[in-house]
Design a protein around this ligand. Sequence first.
Ligand code: 4AD
Ligand code: MG
Length: 435
Amino acid sequence: METPLAEIRNLPQLKGRTVRLRGWVWNRRGSGRIRFAQLRDGTGFAQLVAGEEDLDAESFELLKRLSQESLVEAEGTVAENGREALGVELRLSALRQLSGSEDYPITHKEHGTDFLMDRRHLWLRSPRQRAILAIRDRMERSIHAYFHEQGFLRVDAPIFTDNACEGTTTLFSAEYFGSPAYLSQSGQLYMEAAAAAVGKAYCFGPTFRAENSNTRRHLTEFWMVEPEAAFMELPEDMALGEGLIKRIVADVLGECGPELALLGRDLAPLRATAGCASFPRLAYDDAVEVLKKNGAPDFRWGDDFGGPHETIIAQQYSTPVIVHRYPCACKAFYMKKDPEDARLSLSMDILAPEGFGEIVGGGQRETDLETLLEGFAKHGIAPSTLDWYLDLRKYGTFPHAGFGLGLERTLAWVCGLPHVRETVPFPRLPNRLHP
Ligand code: 4AD
Ligand code: MG
């Protein structure tokens, strides 16, 4: 009977057994009587080792010539090796090359970011990129689990749209059978309709912003999770966002230890976040005072925060901080006015620590038809383009709130990555649409 095919991730449980592996050669060393190769099969990285006596002459010779990313089939015994990350290695009894690989461009020396980005389809094979993909996947599962446990229904929002949820300046146009259409900036308005149907709805999908900003926080295509709940007001909205972030971080800490270690992530800010009683809540007015005292003396009340402002505010805390009640002028047409101060909106942003900036934006929605129409006028929105949205205020208007959490910015913070481009398998940036 043929030796069973194993996955590298399961090798620690197969100590002493004879198994077969298939994978790509990541690295090799040794040309003397004992030779090593690092094999990766997508599920992990494992060391292959063979002495001259273990293999026939041809296979032993092959072990010396294996080129990076050639595909091999290896057979051997799973042996203990405390110096390996897995705690085991494969002592070879047979080795066969299945396909070759000549002049693999991403060698084990340092490469520049542009070089690597141009070869993103291959760069993904590196341990670092694999670790980021695994943490991203873990976060996506935590997000779905969290909302379902809270009684939310996942409701998918469309990507083709005829409205501008977040302002007309950052819309990507698409032609739709002769009529103008756009790629969605946010599923929020549709989730507001869904909240009246199912009570608590969330969507989680790609969103698009034509922001020609070459910063470490901006992508033109990014994934956003957007909950929207009937009868939820600003305090519960903040608590929902806080709970989501804590849940994501706790799950990543609990299950992605090896990946975080590989990335060299300092765990202190993550542990502080998962373990804190609650995130600090700071009114916009107080945030402005913080700015004035800490390096932005000229900041004017009423302006929106830029990246450097968010960094100053976040630096005051070891966990994410929630800033609430921004001036209406900083926020979109749908934000509810603060009944206690008409200059302010019932909005909130959550800023990540360590300078990673805003990861959540949301708030309570305007429920009054007349006030909403005034907001349309201020923002230059023709009521006819959002007639269906106005219906939500005509037929049983209801208090509701929600937010959007950007997956990539959150992931960049969780992993401690200097730039969001590494958080997406195939990032879309102002100057990058290929591969
Ligand atoms: O603050 P934003 O623009 O909020 C909305 O779109 C609301 N309609 C969401 C809602 O209430 N349902 O975006 C929300 C989050 C930001 O906090 C940020 O994490 C992320 O989306 N984001 C981006 N991430 C990467 N690149 C960009 N260009 C981003 N723009 C926003
Ligand atoms: Mg925002």
